[in-house]
Design a protein around this ligand. Structure first.
Ligand code: BGC
Length: 351
């Protein structure tokens, strides 16, 4: 296993470093200090052919032109929409800047994904990785509290990409980060993700309003195109008449995780390549977004984007949790240390 670094650009007079992590089974992962962003994962398919399985680019400039796609980015302080951009903690009301209609999405404008993080590569006997640190000052994008955040990316010989998050604050605040990686397991973005198969250990999904905010209602997936409990193709959500699919042209929904048995929380598979990704997380939800908003105005690594070219599995606490009973606690207090873990394990007949 190895970790190395190269310079790929500069942003606000700071160097943009790209780190390359490799393991002994031909798996490669790249991550940069701009946005603590995953830029590449390459794995072999069932014929032994190695290819990129995420949307990303080795050119830094592509990330400055991507609009609000958040390719592979660390998203925070709070992933997903905060309805009205407002919330109260212990009776104190806060108003955040709005960047998504009347709501605040993915931490607000110029958030974690647009910052240069401090970065420190590490190498241990069983893993290689990079630790990213960011200081988010009191009042950043309207959020209270001086927040110190660390995100550890690592790769091991079990073909696991491990994400570990830590944070502390000096005032009660909200914290619910995620990673916004888009998978396409075909390799080389030749096809949309219609033919991918998804299995979720989730019997309830969060209904959304037309503006993408959760209504607060959890709906039983049985008998709907949201039932992935036994595995189903993603494509059925692109053609379905279900009003929740029609609203967003696919999926852009949180699934509340059952956390039953030893099963992974999510498994994504692509039959032609034989590739699989199994995700497990300490969070209570996964947001499945089928890249409904991508258009050819965005070019990544020379390729024009299109709708449904990727699928995210955003491990997080339920979006807009601060406004809905039962969605989980995302308040971080000064006497606590935030910790969360998400693991994506790559598999196919050959690796
Ligand atoms: C959101 C989408 C949004 C996308 C890109 C997803 O996590 O749920 O509504 O379009 O991120 O910003």
């Amino acid at each position: 296993m190895n970790v190395s670094k190269t310079e790929i650009g500069s942003f606000h007079d700071q160097t943009v470093w790209l780190y390359t992590l490799t393991n002994d089974h031909g798996v490669k992962l790249q991550v940069m200090n701009f946005g603590a962003t995953l830029t590449d994962i390459e794995t072999p398919d069932k014929h032994g052919k190695t290819a990129r399985i995420v949307i990303g680019a080795g050119h830094f400039n592509d990330y400055l032109e991507e609009g609000d796609a958040y390719f592979g980015a660390t998203v925070g302080r709070v992933a997903g929409r905060i309805s009205g951009g407002n919330f109260s903690i212990d009776g104190t009301a806060y108003q955040l800047p709005l960047n998504n209609g009347k709501n605040t999405n993915h931490g607000g404008p110029d958030s974690f994904d647009r910052q240069i993080w401090d970065s420190h590569p590490f190498s241990k006997t069983d893993q290689v990785g990079v630790r990213f640190d960011l200081f988010s000052p009191d009042g950043a994008n309207g959020f209270p509290g001086n927040l110190n955040v660390s995100v550890f990316y690592s790769l091991n010989n079990k073909n696991e990409w491990h994400l570990h998050y830590e944070a502390t604050t000096d005032k009660p605040t909200l914290f619910n980060p995620t990673n916004h990686v888009y998978f396409n397991l075909v390799g080389d973005l030749e096809q949309t993700v219609d033919g991918h198969r998804l299995t979720l250990n989730s019997r309830r999904f969060g209904e959304i309003n037309p503006d993408g905010t959760p209504t607060g209602r959890l709906i039983d997936v049985a008998g709907t195109p949201f039932d992935f409990t036994k595995g189903a193709s993603i494509g059925r959500g692109f053609t379905s008449d279900h009003p929740q699919n029609k609203l967003v042209n696919g999926y852009d929904h949180p699934f509340f995780l059952d956390k039953t048995g030893d099963r992974a929380d999510a498994v994504l598979e692509e039959p032609s390549s034989g590739r699989r990704v199994a995700m497990t997380t300490t969070n209570n939800a996964v947001v499945v977004y089928t890249a409904n908003g991508l258009t050819d105005r965005i070019i990544m690594e020379g390729k024009p984007m299109e709708a449904h070219l990727g699928i995210t599995l955003e491990a997080q606490m339920m979006p807009d949790a601060v406004h809905h009973e039962g969605f989980g606690n995302i308040i971080l207090r000064p006497d606590e240390k935030y910790e969360a873990d998400t693991v994506y394990q790559f598999d196919c007949d050959n690796i």
